[in-house]
Write a protein that binds this ligand. Structure first.
Ligand code: OAD
Length: 226
């Protein structure tokens, strides 16, 4: 069975109503990364950081998978599919994808700020004073800027074994995640679906599909399943 790795960013969830980060109306236009998405921000103002991620969680719970998430799950009919996502939402899982690796964490989980392995399912807001079982404050289970990306080695291993790599809706600006595409074997078929993908000319033999995910991904999946 051929192995497909689908590497996604915020663009795959844009048509589900979740904002991207760097588009003109994106989240990083509204918020300052250093005030909400770093360990320093957490030390300085936990309430502000919690409010930012509580809002993200509420939006994710209201959103539904779109045609792109659903088409990606359909690839499992014929291929061994590994999704690697930078997204913190659970829309790939809800669309039916079985193997999903979250590089930047999951908003529907919280963890102890002291003990990294104490991880909980989290569908309600996290409030100051909400504690882990050992009595330490809960934080979102998110990888912040300046923190290690624990799943990076596993992700690179999958990309190295890919027969087909499909990249969807990511600006490829945030490392180490963005470097993953360079691990794809020379013989692999490579696609990117993103309305602004033209700038990625440093990746050899990349098939560029300059469309929104909801249109470009189902068309590509149809072609690959034929
Ligand atoms: P960005 O906001 O940087 O990029 C979003 C990409 O999606 C851009 O290339 C857009 O052109 C594209 N896009 C927008 N609408 C689309 C649509 N309907 N269909 C397809 N593509 C569309 O988001 P990411 O690349 O995911 O990390 O950002 C990477 C990381 O930066 C995030 O995981 C997050 C952020 O800071 C952390 O918070 C650690």
């Amino acid at each position: 069975m051929q192995k497909i790795v689908v590497f996604t960013g915020a663009g795959v969830s844009a048509e589900s109503g979740l904002k991207t980060f760097r588009d003109s109306d994106g989240l990083w236009e509204q918020y300052n990364i250093s005030e909400v998405a770093t360990p320093e921000a957490w030390q300085k103002n936990k309430t502000l950081v919690l409010e930012f991620y509580n809002a993200r969680r509420r939006q994710v719970l209201e959103a539904s998978p779109n045609k792109a998430h659903i088409a990606i799950a359909e690839l499992q009919k014929k291929f061994d599919v590994q999704v690697i996502t930078q997204n913190i939402d659970d829309l790939h899982e809800r669309a039916g994808s079985q193997k999903v690796l979250h590089l930047h964490g999951e908003i529907l989980k919280s963890r102890s700020e002291k003990f990294e392995t104490l991880i909980y399912r989290q569908t309600e807001d996290i409030k100051p004073g909400d504690m882990c079982e050992k009595g330490f404050q809960l934080r979102p289970h998110i990888v912040w800027f300046g923190e290690m990306v624990p799943e990076m080695d596993a992700a690179a291993f999958h990309v190295m074994k890919a027969d087909i790599l499909i990249v969807v809706g990511t600006s490829l600006e945030v490392y180490p995640a963005a470097g993953l595409v360079t691990y794809a074997p020379a013989h692999s078929e490579k696609y990117i679906v993103d309305p602004n993908a033209g700038r990625l000319n440093y990746i050899r033999n990349l098939n560029v599909i300059s469309k929104k995910a909801g249109e470009g991904v189902p068309a590509l999946v149809k072609k690959l399943l034929n």
